[in-house]
Design a protein around this ligand. Structure first.
Ligand SMILES: Cc1ncc(COP(=O)(O)O)c(C=O)c1O
Length: 394
């Protein structure tokens, strides 16, 4: 199977990274039969066909429900994967931070909603520049002063979405009166265009049981509807009603309040979502991203040591889940910064050099630990792409 792009194009897109010895070695593997088995580990590996199926499935679900799909790019921070999502009908992407948006805008991604409020004149100036440069830039606001800051920085119209707290308590207007006050502040600024509202319930996404998620969404959508009414009464337009994630898609579609959804993890999945969603339709996505590790020491009678530890996975969610069938019943444990441990499986004599694929506990912060994503199809390394917005938390 040949690589997706000419080797020179891949090398050029990787910039200085391509000169690193381990990356140069990796690039020499492109397109070779069995090359997936030779990628230096620990490595973030994407099963491209599974990723594309996940992307197509969510696009079809959104289309069938009449919802615009704006995937959250915080999960992968990678322009090449954004383009694949947009080719399947995504209307744009979400970014959590301005720096994430700036990095992806520099790669030619033009339709971006920043889903976190910002504060301060420097950040307002950065948002104003994105608004002036991109064909469709949007940003949430949750305070009247944010509207004033953005307007003071604007060199072209800035599209804003009022963030509503639907139960998480992290950001957003806490009650309809606050939402109306923000709407009035936006409407007072000729350089701002009010598009609508965002209501994201991050705390609902991993609730176990479709009914529990549906009840949480129903209560949150009541808050969102009250805020929308208050904004309209204040004279504001609410055309866009955006929110939702992988875990609440079914409930969001059933409630019919949102007209745009922002799922991110569905494209890859992780152990945390598997544990929560089990066989629910919201969890019917394939494990498209894995961290591949190698057994580097196999001398102990009870366990073997892997080359992936605390620096290879985020540590906030459940433990990574071994997917390689021989190890499916074994438990991975962190064994220090650079190492992991896994018990010897019954009936399988593990050898030094053996490779294992693990599903990350929590996908977003895990992928953020890697410079590169290795795109693999039928055991062949077909592309290597950067996470251009990796570490872009400013
Ligand atoms: C505002 C917002 N929208 C959407 C998402 C996507 O959620 P998920 O990855 O659970 O699909 C997130 C994730 O944290 C988020 O913060």
């Amino acid at each position: 199977m040949s690589p997706l792009r000419p080797a020179e194009a891949i090398e050029q897109a990787l910039g200085g990274l391509a000169d690193k010895p381990h990356v140069a070695f990796t690039l020499s593997l492109l397109g070779r039969p069995g090359s997936a088995e030779r990628i230096p580990t620990p490595a973030a590996v994407i099963d491209l066909a599974a990723f594309d199926r996940n992307v197509a499935k969510m696009a079809a679900r959104a289309r069938a429900a009449g919802l615009a799909l704006r995937p959250h790019a915080k999960s992968h921070k990678c322009a090449a994967l954004v383009r694949r999502q947009m080719e399947q009908g995504a209307v744009g992407i979400c970014c959590a931070k301005l720096a994430e948006a700036e990095a992806l805008a520099a790669e030619g991604i033009g339709h971006i909603l920043v889903t976190s409020p910002i504060a301060g004149v420097t950040n307002a100036a950065r948002a104003a520049r994105l608004a002036a440069d991109l064909p469709d830039f949007r940003i949430v606001v949750d305070h009247p002063d944010a509207a004033a800051e953005l307007a003071a920085a604007a060199t072209a119209p800035i599209q804003v979405v009022i963030d509503i707290d639907v139960g998480l308590g992290r950001t957003g207007c806490h009650d309809p009166e606050q939402a109306a006050a923000v709407a009035r502040a936006v409407l007072a600024q000729p350089s701002l265009r009010l598009l609508g509202v965002q209501g994201y319930g991050g705390n609902w996404q991993h609730l176990e049981g479709a009914n529990a998620r549906a009840s949480a969404v129903a209560a949150g959508m009541e808050k969102l509807t009250a805020a929308i009414d208050a904004i309209r009464t204040a004279g504001g337009t609410v055309d866009v009603v955006t929110g939702g994630g992988t875990g609440t898609f079914t409930a969001d579609a059933a409630q019919g309040v949102l007209n745009e959804v922002q799922p991110g993890s569905y494209a890859f999945m992780d152990k945390e979502y598997r544990d929560a969603l089990k066989a629910d339709p919201d969890g019917a996505f394939e494990q498209a991203a894995t961290v591949v590790t190698t057994v580097i020491s196999a001398n102990h009678p009870k366990w073997v040591t892997l080359d992936a530890g605390l620096k290879a996975f985020s540590t906030d969610g459940p433990m990574p889940q071994p997917l390689t069938p021989e190890f499916a019943d074994c438990t991975y444990r962190f064994f220090g910064d650079e190492h992991g441990m896994i018990g010897r499986p019954a009936g399988h004599p593990v050898v030094r050099g053996e490779r294992l694929a693990l599903a990350p506990g929590h996908i977003d912060p895990t992928l953020d630990r890697y410079d590169l994503l290795h795109l693999v199809q039928d055991g062949v390394l077909v592309d290597v792409v950067r996470l251009e917005a990796r570490g872009a938390s400013q």
